[in-house]
Ligand binder design. Structure first.
Ligand code: 8X3
Length: 256
């Protein structure tokens, strides 16, 4: 397995949930972190806690990843010693709204497309050339089972996560003659603030999403991200679909 000590890991949406769990677990392995999020106050607190615990170097950026000019400025101006990015974890994104297509809120759609698709594209487009130059790199996208098969009231979220899968597959093909690896992780029900955001702050409805089953945790997903990043460099985990044992698909869930 690859030793992650001093490897540089770039994580978007690192201030909570899966992104934060990845940041903690990579830091535990001695990796250095570049973390970005729109909410810089929360991100700085996360970084300070990780630094206190694992004493590793961390760069933090307030960044809306759907702002392509800002993304390229941040990456272009990375200090030289931070340019050797070992892995990019495209985690920022998520779902907004749970409505029939015909009732969908178009602002929610725009935001989902901006963060899940444009953000992933802009960050990857800026960082992959650096990885190719360094002859080393790994793009790990946090997709979803929503991208494997659509479900009712999720057309647009399922669409953006299907984009994560298609972009991962296309990028993997375009970099096949380089050492770059591309992994798309496709989780099912993970209990984070995902559903609270999806339901625009309605905590009761959000809680019901995970009612009667043992959902995955952010750490369960971070474990898989870390494993993918640690396998020997000739091994490429192309995609991982992971659900709670009580979930068989986006629509088939057993609740007690
Ligand atoms: C999260 C999984 O099933 O809520 O991406 O769409 S699901």
């Amino acid at each position: 397995m690859t030793n992650l000590k001093n490897k540089i890991i770039f994580i978007s949406g690192a201030n909570s949930g899966i992104g934060k769990a990845c940041a903690e677990q990579f830091a535990k392995k001695g990796a250095k972190l570049i973390l970005c999020s729109r909410n810089i106050d929360k991100l700085i607190k996360v970084a300070e806690k990780i630094n206190e615990k694992y004493d590793t170097e961390i760069l933090t950026y307030q960044l809306d990843i759907s702002d392509r000019d800002k993304v390229s400025i941040v990456i272009d101006e990375l200090p030289k010693k931070w340019q050797k990015i070992y892995a990019l974890v495209n985690n920022a994104g998520g779902a907004l709204g749970f409505d029939k297509f015909q009732d969908g809120n178009i602002d929610d759609w725009d935001e989902m497309i901006d963060s899940n698709v444009k953000g992933l594209l802009y960050l990857s487009r800026s960082i992959v050339p650096l990885m190719i130059k360094n002859k080393n790199g790994h793009v790990i996208n946090i997709g979803s089972i929503a991208g494997v098969a659509a479900y009712p009231k999720g057309a647009v979220y399922c669409g953006v996560k299907a984009a994560s899968k298609a972009i991962s597959d296309g990028l993997r093909m375009d970099t096949v003659d380089t050492p770059i690896r591309v992994t798309n992780i496709q989780p099912g029900l993970v209990e984070t603030n995902f559903s609270i955001v999806r339901f625009h702050g309605d905590k009761k409805t959000a809680k019901n999403v995970y009612k009667g089953l043992k959902a995955l945790t952010a750490d369960d997903i971070a474990d898989i991200v870390l494993y993918s990043a640690q396998v020997p460099s000739h091994v490429q985990i192309t995609e991982v679909t992971v659900t709670p044992t009580a979930q068989a698909s986006g629509t088939v869930v057993h609740r007690k």
